[in-house]
Design a binder for this molecule. Structure first.
Ligand code: AMP
Length: 174
């Protein structure tokens, strides 16, 4: 078992019946747990030699921003619709529960720029795949994907075929 699992908790039937919500707030509020997660993510992200990090709203921001600071690179925010003030590109995708859209500023990624995408959790992989497609639409290269948790009982690997994905904690059943 990952030593990080002890900092996590899971909440049954949130946000709706039948969904088990993996709560990272307990990891974040523990200095030791948060640092350990960042140390492990940093090792992977550093190895992919990114020029920028794309962090996904909203829990991905917490990890993406801290990692960007550690690596001395910038962080780009992939946001829910209507939050980014300048010209955007947008994609709609399916969630484990419902559908959503994600946006990037059109000028946020340079052509051929090496990008690592950061989020807290991969469930179906829909959100990360959407972020990757936005980055590629702008001409960027997704050289890695980093998440704290993956739900390995969901078929996200099929969706993320071709991407280098690193996760720290895996849950193999609900
Ligand atoms: P997905 O697009 O299905 O991979 O969903 C990933 C996004 O939804 C992440 O940004 C998570 O924060 C959130 N999410 C989806 N399912 C869960 C879950 N069971 N527990 C906690 N967060 C989740």
């Amino acid at each position: 078992m990952s030593e990080l699992k002890k900092y996590m908790r899971s909440i049954p039937d949130f946000p709706k019946p039948g969904i088990c919500f993996y709560d990272i707030t307990t990891l974040l509020q523990n200095a030791e747990g948060f640092k350990l997660a960042l140390d492990q993510m940093e090792k992977y992200v550093q190895s992919r030699q990114p020029e920028t990090i794309v962090a996904i709203e909203s829990r991905g921001f917490l990890f993406g921003a801290a990692l960007a600071d550690r690596l001395d690179i910038g962080v780009v925010t992939a946001r829910k619709p209507g939050k980014l003030p300048s010209k955007t590109i947008s994609v709609e995708y399916a969630l484990e529960y419902g559908t959503d859209s994600l946006e990037l500023h059109s000028d946020a990624i340079r052509k051929e720029e090496r990008v690592v995408v950061v989020d807290d959790l991969i469930a179906t992989g829909g959100t990360l795949k959407a972020a990757c497609s936005l980055i590629e639409k702008l001409g960027g290269k997704v050289v890695g994907v980093s998440a704290v948790i993956d739900l390995s009982f969901l078929p996200w690997r099929e969706k993320m075929t071709g991407y280098d994905v690193n996760c720290l904690i895996s849950y193999d059943s609900e």
